[in-house]
Design a protein around this ligand. Structure first.
Ligand code: LMR
Length: 395
């Protein structure tokens, strides 16, 4: 029965990360997976996370299952983090959420809910989008349409193209939006553009589904959620998939939340019941450790303040790296890389062809995705010159 199953190709992101790990060249540079690395090339544990973890280790009395919706303090904390504590939708009681195994688990729960409401609904995704969106949502049975998003010529958002394409999205359709720090291109919508999307959703009736995995890594926790908050204030319905992988560094703990903003409290609760039934048939209940840590941080003013200041430091280091990388690339190549400084979060396209990306990997040990997406947070003082020279050499 099983011998008919053949070997599948490696994941386009994780497979390249494995190749980079296996490369024995001392000067290799791994800019593949979106993981924050410090100056020493290590993905650090936040001090606030260590402290919360220490407290939990002392207090923990059981490893019994979590309730299916997860850690209550985490769910409440995430709603406030995403929406702001005094958001109208929260005060009106029309928000609910469940803990999920990472942002991916949250996306999956969102997709299950959408499929339950409208089997085979069309999800409009940005061109390009995170490649995992397609199998993650598509395996539930949802269909896809593309909307124009990134313009390689201007290295920015093609908002006119986006609006024109989204005119085709109607009631029963879903529009998947990156809350901030677009993955893979780093080009985000302005607040005015979010407002146009809200106008279109109101007029045309499509459901926005926001994937926000990088809150706090662009312009700060509140600014990065401004588009989401605007939509939540204006629209009757919204689904959000959030992750604590990057902004709390809880990658391996698989800590995420699926949040529903609904017409009223009753519908918000109905969606939790739908989410729990979907979760039961996929993974039963979420893992505890990461959400206990995140819930502890979000619920404790001292830990929360400490975490926020560590995150600000991380975010400003990334923005500093963007500006250093721009200067180094421009100096090495004589070309314009100003766009790197304008983009947000961990990712940017360098604007190279797949052949150039492969050449960088093979001849220089510089690893990026074939699309030339780089993880800016993998750059440091020790590798930036070599990176810039290598890129200039293949241009
Ligand atoms: C990425 O895009 O590199 C991250 O979101 C990690 C992943 O799972 O792909």
């Amino acid at each position: 029965m099983l011998d008919q199953l053949h070997q599948l190709p490696a994941d386009p992101i994780l497979g390249l990360a494995a190749m980079a790990r296996a490369d024995s060249r001392a000067d290799k540079v791994d800019l593949t997976v979106g993981i924050y690395m410090d100056e020493a090339g290590v993905c650090p544990v936040f001090k606030a996370v260590r402290d919360a973890q220490g407290l939990l280790a002392q207090e923990e009395t059981t490893k019994a299952y979590l309730p299916p919706a997860g850690v209550e303090g985490f769910n409440q904390g995430m709603q406030k983090l995403l929406l702001g504590a005094d958001h109208r939708a929260l005060l009106d009681g029309r928000v609910s959420s469940v803990q999920a195994p990472g942002g991916c688990g949250a996306l999956r729960i969102g997709a299950e809910i959408i499929h339950a409401a409208t089997p085979g609904a069309t999800v409009w995704v940005s061109d390009p989008t995170w490649p995992v969106h397609i199998p993650l949502l598509g395996s539930v049975g949802l269909q896809f349409a593309n909307y124009r998003y990134y313009d390689p010529a201007s290295h920015g958002v093609n908002f006119e193209g986006m609006v024109e394409d989204l005119k085709g999205a109607g009631a029963g359709d879903v529009v998947l939006l990156h809350g901030c720090c677009h993955n893979p291109c780093g080009a985000d919508l302005s607040l005015e553009q979010w407002s146009v999307v809200a106008d279109m959703a109101e007029a045309q009736g499509f459901l926005p589904f926001i994937d926000i995995a990088y809150q706090g890594l662009g312009d700060g926790l509140d600014d990065d959620a401004a588009g989401l908050r605007l939509l939540a204030g204006r629209l009757p319905e919204l689904i959000v998939a959030a992750s604590c992988s990057k902004n709390m560094g809880l990658y391996r703990e698989r800590t995420g939340a699926a949040m529903f903003i609904c017409r009223d409290q009753q519908n918000a609760q109905a969606l939790v019941s739908q989410a729990l039934v979907a979760a039961r048939r996929i993974y039963s209940m979420p893992p505890a450790h990461g959400a206990l840590i995140a819930g502890r941080i979000l619920g404790d003013p001292v830990l929360d303040a400490a975490w926020r200041s560590e995150l600000v430091e991380m975010c400003s280091r990334i923005n500093g790296l963007r500006s250093d990388l721009r200067s180094k690339l421009e100096a090495a190549s004589g070309r314009d890389f100003a766009f790197i400084e304008k983009e947000k979060g961990m990712f940017s396209f360098l604007g190279l062809s797949a052949e150039q990306a492969v050449k960088l990997r093979e001849d220089y040990g510089v690893y990026m995705l074939n699309s030339s997406r780089i993880n800016v947070a993998g750059v440091n003082a020790g590798n930036i010159d070599y990176l810039a020279e290598s890129v200039a050499a293949v241009l």
